[in-house]
Ligand binder design. Sequence first.
Ligand SMILES: C[S@@+](CC[C@H](N)C(=O)[O-])C[C@H]1O[C@@H](n2cnc3c(N)ncnc32)[C@H](O)[C@@H]1O
Length: 371
Amino acid sequence: MRCIYFSKCGSCKLYEEGYEAQFFKKVNIIKDEFREFEIENFELFKSKDKNFRDRAEFRIVHDKNHINYAMHKLTKDGLLPIKSCQIVNPMISAAMKILKKEIEKKDILREKLFSIEFLSSSKKDLLTTLIYHKKLDSKWQEEAFKLSDKLDIKIVGRSRKVKIVIKEEFINEELLIDNKIYKFRYFENSFTQPNSFINRQMISWAKKHSKDFKGDLLELYCGHGNFTIPLSENFNKVLATEISKTSIKSAVLNTKLNDIENITFVRLSSEEISSALNKEREFRRLKGIDLDSFNFKTVLVDPPRAGLDKKTRDFIKKFQNIIYISCNPMTLKRDLKELCLDFKIEKFALFDQFPYTTHLESGVILKRQKR
Ligand SMILES: C[S@@+](CC[C@H](N)C(=O)[O-])C[C@H]1O[C@@H](n2cnc3c(N)ncnc32)[C@H](O)[C@@H]1O
């Protein structure tokens, strides 16, 4: 991919040598970083080299009656107006152009518009969040409705403490994983994996390597059930937990969309579910759920960049198998150093979720060695 904004735009921090070379450079850095773990084989998953982002956020800059999308400059000193972005998928790319034109036509939609977010799916569903530095009134709502009809997109308007939903606040997605289609609803303002091409490979990889684990699965940081739903086929029962109310609402809905009956979702932080299963604390949110009926052998964690907290790290040492999905190699390394006192790394995969950045997503399968 070649982009006229390379070396100026802060989104793509890596821009020299082309995608292939960048990918292998990143892989070699990780291999070096994890040398002490003596991993024999890293499974590698490359991204598409353009149009790979299925969600994106842009700041808006104003020039009289015109607006432009903008990104932070690579030099971090202000915003860089851009006319297009090649890392977003074609649906977002097309919407960016037409939405800009339509918003420019109406003062009420344009004035004090601060940023625009796009969330899209392979089902051609598109939701855009318009974030303002002004109050949104019924006049705005009326114009946003017309815009939504005209462009056939869902709109959420946000300003301080206000959220206005035009039509629906979610999109419908279908993920094809190993010849099977899984249905999902992604809600606005909740976590979704940005690169669905890589996401499908991460799910397939985790499913393949947990196929013989048997018993029940405990999942922490489950989001809207992205891994939970496809992986539930490998286990008798699943208990999946997560801190976000919106994600749990969406996860419960997603099990119904896929006719799955062996998953229980509960809104609990990783610290809370660790306390509950250690019998240190009782939670009203667990009423009616018999924790003793689970025969957990496997735990799946997919924490935010901070990795696992100390309590969760200690807690997951009780399991036979750990599936660890990580978006930050540094916190993964810290956690593995401790876990590998009792566990052996069986599989290690690197997924390029974020091309043109220094980030790499990892997947690790650990098996307990000592009692
Ligand atoms: C990297 S995302 C992964 C979500 C999901 N596995 C997926 O693939 O879409 C991390 C998730 O952890 C949740 N989270 C953050 N802190 C948490 C905590 N202390 N306990 C439980 N969940 C947490 C976030 O809301 C987010 O959904």
